[in-house]
Design a protein around this ligand. Structure first.
Ligand SMILES: [Zn+2]
Length: 234
């Protein structure tokens, strides 16, 4: 396995919100009045998101994963359980390095209340079967996982479904009146809601076979396809 040795970087967004940068992937810690919410755990090779969360807060910590790709669940074994959409569990079991990982279900529309701050679960399959976004309606923030970003989006391999992905982007566009900013897992942070439509247009071109394949700049078993403002490994 490729080593990811850059130390984790903890960046304060506000007094109750932190992002943790782990070699190109991002996790989040949201601290409420009653508990803290950790979203994703990075590669888990350069350090423990669980330990960082414990330094940031003495509140009980709940782990939610946006999806079960390896760069999001590396440190998940340090938590008592990983909350995720049930459609992600089978994939998580194949990906987790923990022998008997504990999982707990989060369904569409469930609201995670950490005390003074609430996150609504939005099921957005396509990148993976159980990918979710978290919508903080009060603060008008969408935590998007890998489904929307300005980085090249991984759309190859058995977990992906381009048709479902396009439907999920449409679903997010319908919700766009509820948020002003997107917290993505990769690339520029933060990004504007308009990036959803940018990604959707590029994904439509990809699905239509209208984007020419390019040699990928990193060793992935896929081609790169660049649209206008969004790109994919497919
Ligand atoms: Zn990722």
């Amino acid at each position: 396995m490729q080593e990811r040795n850059q130390p984790l970087e903890v960046i304060k967004i506000d007094e109750q919100t932190f992002r943790i940068e782990d070699n190109g992937v991002r996790s989040f810690v949201f601290i409420g009045k009653e508990r803290a919410l950790v979203v994703d755990t990075g590669f888990g090779e350069a350090g423990s998101v669980r330990q960082i969360a414990a330094k940031l807060t003495d509140k009980p910590v709940m782990l939610v994963i946006t999806h079960a790709d390896g760069d999001h669940i590396g440190g998940a074994g340090a938590f008592e359980t990983a909350w995720m959409h049930p459609a992600e569990m089978a994939y998580y079991y194949t990906r987790s390095s923990v022998k008997n990982p504990s999982v707990s279900p989060l369904w569409e529309g469930d609201v995670i209340d950490i005390g003074g701050r609430r996150f609504e679960v939005i099921h957005i399959p396509g990148h993976t079967p159980g990918s979710i976004a978290l919508l903080d309606r009060e603060n008008r923030i969408l935590v998007s996982g890998d489904t929307v970003s300005e980085a090249c989006i991984y759309m190859f391999g058995p977990a992906r479904n381009l048709t479902a992905y396009l439907a999920s982007l449409e679903k997010l566009i319908k919700l766009q009146g509820a948020f002003d900013v997107i917290y993505p897992s990769h690339g520029t942070f933060p990004i504007p809601p308009e990036q959803i439509e940018t990604v959707r247009k590029a994904a439509l071109s990809l699905a239509a076979g209208a984007l020419p394949p390019q040699e990928p700049p990193i060793p992935v078993p896929a081609q790169m396809y660049a649209g206008d403002g969004a790109s994919f490994y497919f």
